[in-house]
Design a binder for this molecule. Sequence first.
Ligand SMILES: Nc1ncnc2c1ncn2[C@@H]1O[C@H](COP(=O)(O)OP(=O)(O)O)[C@@H](O)[C@H]1O
Ligand SMILES: [Mg+2]
Length: 303
Amino acid sequence: MLTIPPPAPQGLPRSYAFSGQSGGAGKTQGVVNLGVELANRGHRTLIWDIDPQRSASHLLGYQDPPPGHATVFSVLTGDNKLLEAIAPARYRITDGQTDDAFRTIPNLDLVIGTPEMADAEVTLGNDPAGILWLQNIIDEQLPTGRWDAMLFDCGPTLGILLLSVVLVAPHVIGCVNDEYKYVIGLTDLETTLDRGRTKLRRLGFHAHIAHILATNIPLDSHGNVDRKAGAITDDVIRTIRTNDQWGPHLLPLVRRSIRFKETIVKQRPLRFHAPTSPSLQDVAAVADALGFPRRNSTQRNRR
Ligand SMILES: Nc1ncnc2c1ncn2[C@@H]1O[C@H](COP(=O)(O)OP(=O)(O)O)[C@@H](O)[C@H]1O
Ligand SMILES: [Mg+2]
């Protein structure tokens, strides 16, 4: 029988799970660029790369770790401790794989992802307490007060892995890119969370779509969606805005920039790859909307 987890301990970091049923919804760019923004504001932030595609790890300076190196999967299976799978986030400054090809991003850390996370659904499904894996790790292994915020880059599946994440990060950010399929994905995410709140109530499950993050949106000079650049994208945003459940939760739109596509191969988040990109202002507006103030320098870099 499952044990009922205790209430979240005081001092737990503010946590957000970025989800979206389809690949390409904007989860990774959302997590990474918001993480960089929060870190820059002085909030010590931990990014969890849950997605087997592990783009967040690539983007934050980590190719696949050598065999045997701790990752989120070896933490999940209990083969490693959480702190062994955490590395300082970094961005590329020159060619090569040595450490001096990268510069560390202050205040930003990463739980390293791995393709083995594709097996997590089965591994957790075979474990009677599988849904509690993350809850238990956070209760037992997360150092109190070390991070102010945690962002989870969830994979595209809506199974036990996602449920286990949103059990500890109930504020879910539903991600939407510029096509209508992401609206359908949002509906499916909502249905999954509704079902979780009904069936997993005894576990304290209360996850819900707290915010919607729409990215890759063409904006005109007034900040409105530029219908000429894409009627479907305009329809996507209208559909969200006119939905009573969703409209109030829509975060500031992150405008389209071709520079995003380069960031993964360059291994530089947008702030370091294209520091004058107007999309960074949108990411800052998202951080404001989520209520993360800019901390002064004495509050910053406290570790
Ligand atoms: N504001 C944006 N402008 C242009 N392209 C974007 C923007 N946001 C995301 N993208 C692109 O959309 C694609 C999907 O984004 P990504 O964050 O990788 O999605 P996911 O992690 O959900 O699969 C990527 O190619 C990414 O570069
Ligand atoms: Mg991704």
